[in-house]
Design a protein. Structure first.
Length: 378
């Protein structure tokens, strides 16, 4: 066995499908953990922490070491939840008979890559590491009541998301709250309290976390629509199963639209400068997702879209989230830099935003013209 850095990178960016047990056994420990915990998805936790870090830096509260410890702990906690999710569903018989979960990624238990005992050991080790990060946050903030409450909430969601929350149809709501206002707000609180700051901006920070939380929830709702027929047969009462495909699809469209609406509101009220409007370059992917969600799920993959199957709605929502999340982080970074170094910049943040977006729009138009010209020549 050798350390496979290429697999670390690949597993952190895309879901891995693997059927050969020998290939699995040849992987290093980190690669196995990244694949088993579906780290291509759990990276959304890192995005949330980066957003919180930039907002804390903007207010003068950022510190590298506590941010790294908390971010790593939350990332591991998310992976721990996925390990428990797979163990719970496997033990309850949900993941048998080519269930949706086994169609798009490795499921070590179903594929018999390892035993339930090994899965439990991995869950315990990951859980201990995540807990140590939480304990650090408690000491770092002098056991602030808010952090104690969030620590307890995180433990509850980790243990009970798969069952019974997901069965009650509130799993999607918890995804939005956790990876949006709660996680972003909580990481901000840890950094602010550790730096001796105040929490006067906490509500606005939580509001700023809502767009990314909605984007993450859109992936989850999309996935649950994709597998709702399988879930009905298994008795898993997700939100789409409870309300039906049509209503769930339009709720998901609303979540994508609202993500942009909140950002535009924060720009209009001055919390963000117009630099944040760089997010509009994710609108094309948003429109793809909305267009797909506006129609019922097809029986099979349309020609040319086989790569999105069986993760049809979730595939397009994930495709949107990647760019939306990246541009959201870039926008906050640019906005923060412009505010912190305003005295040394030739233009205000709003003017810089207008210039940047203008250049971006010109570039987009030029690229569109070039693409159409090439298409005609072909």
């Amino acid at each position: 066995m050798h350390i496979n850095f290429a697999m670390w990178r690949k597993a952190s960016w895309e879901l891995i499908k693997m059927d050969d047990k020998k290939e699995w056994e040849a992987l290093d420990v980190v690669s196995k953990w990244l694949i088993a915990t579906r780290s291509a998805v759990t990276t959304v936790t890192i995005y949330s922490c980066i957003i919180a870090g930039f907002l804390a830096w903007r207010d003068g509260y950022f510190s590298w070491l506590p941010w790294l410890i908390v971010t790593l702990g939350l990332f591991i906690a998310h992976g721990t939840n996925n390990l428990l999710n797979d163990y719970t569903d496997f033990s309850r018989g949900v993941d048998k008979d080519n269930y949706f979960r086994t169609q798009y990624g490795v499921h070590p238990l179903v594929q018999k890559f390892w035993t339930t005992d090994i899965q439990i050991k991995w869950f315990i080790v990951s859980g201990v590491l995540a807990t140590l990060s939480g304990v650090f946050a408690l000491f770092y903030t002098n056991f602030n009541p808010y952090i104690i409450g969030v620590f307890a909430l995180g433990a509850v969601v980790l243990l009970f998301y798969t069952w019974p929350f997901k069965y009650w149809g509130i799993g999607e709501l918890s995804i939005f709250l956790i990876w949006g206002p709660i996680m972003i707000g909580s990481v901000y609180v840890v950094l602010a309290l550790g730096a001796g700051g105040n929490l006067s901006n906490l509500l606005t920070v939580a509001l700023a976390g809502i767009p990314f939380g909605l984007s993450v929830a859109s992936i989850n709702i999309g996935k649950h629509i994709d597998k709702m027929e399988d879930d009905k047969k298994k008795g898993v009462g997700t939100f789409p199963v409870r309300v039906g495909q049509t209503f769930a699809r339009y709720v998901n469209i609303l979540s994508i639209v609202l993500a942009y609406g909140v950002i535009f509101y924060l720009v209009a009220t001055g919390y963000f400068s117009t630099l944040m409007l760089i997010i509009i370059f994710a609108l094309q992917r948003a429109m793809y997702a909305v267009a797909v969600l506006s129609k019922p799920r097809p029986e099979g993959p349309p020609k040319g879209f086989e790569a999105f199957w069986p993760t049809w709605f979730s595939g397009f929502c994930f495709y949107h989230n990647r760019m939306f999340g990246g541009l959201f982080i870039l926008g906050i970074l640019l906005d923060t830099v412009a505010r912190k170094f305003a005295d040394s910049l030739p233009l205000s943040a709003n003017w810089l935003g207008a210039v940047a977006i203008g250049i971006g729009l010109v570039y987009a138009v030029v690229q569109m013209v070039i693409t159409k010209s090439k298409a005609k020549q072909a």
